[in-house]
Design a protein. Structure first.
Ligand code: AMP
Length: 147
């Protein structure tokens, strides 16, 4: 039996995301594992450039941001051949939600980048750190450098 059966890719839609996604995809192939993807929209940002062009304010902004984020998630999932049933879009604290979904879905490996938007080149970002400390399963932090 393969070492990992269900791998969860944590996607923050940053420029380094492809490197993290490629590593998760390779590992899933190697272990013949199910590959899932999660993006967590941090508690209600006013707007966020990572979700694409500015969204006109019309009614429930959170809902509109969620729709835009889901589109980004679907695009990234398609690039990594991840089925719709394996895509998770959550609202709240990224580290908490990543750990929660991993537990609920019996994930045995979470793949994160060593840092995202706020991290420094050689330090572990706060989401990566939080996931590493609280996950019940293995966590792979893909080393990202600001080239
Ligand atoms: P950070 O700790 O924010 O520097 O980000 C480190 C890594 O955690 C990123 O490279 C992603 O893999 C993951 N991550 C950060 N924020 C999110 C998010 N909102 N949703 C999903 N994964 C995230």
């Amino acid at each position: 039996m393969s070492c990992y059966q269900h791998i969860l890719l944590a996607a923050d839609f940053t420029e380094h995301g492809k490197k993290v996604a490629d590593k998760a995809k390779q590992l899933a192939k190697l272990h013949q594992a199910r590959l899932s993807i999660i993006h967590v929209m941090d508690n209600i940002p006013i707007t966020d450039a990572i979700y694409g062009p500015i969204i006109p304010f019309d009614g429930d902004l959170t809902e509109q941001l969620m729709v835009a984020a889901k589109k980004q998630l679907a695009k990234m999932a398609a690039d990594s051949d991840i089925l719709e049933t394996n895509q998770y879009m959550e609202l709240g604290s990224p580290k908490r939600k990543i750990v929660k979904i991993a537990k609920e879905q019996n994930v045995d490996l979470i793949v994160v980048g060593s840092h995202g938007r706020h991290g420094l080149a050689l330090l572990l970002g706060s989401t990566a750190n939080g996931v590493l400390h609280h996950a019940a399963c293995d966590v792979l932090a893909v080393r990202l450098k600001n080239d």
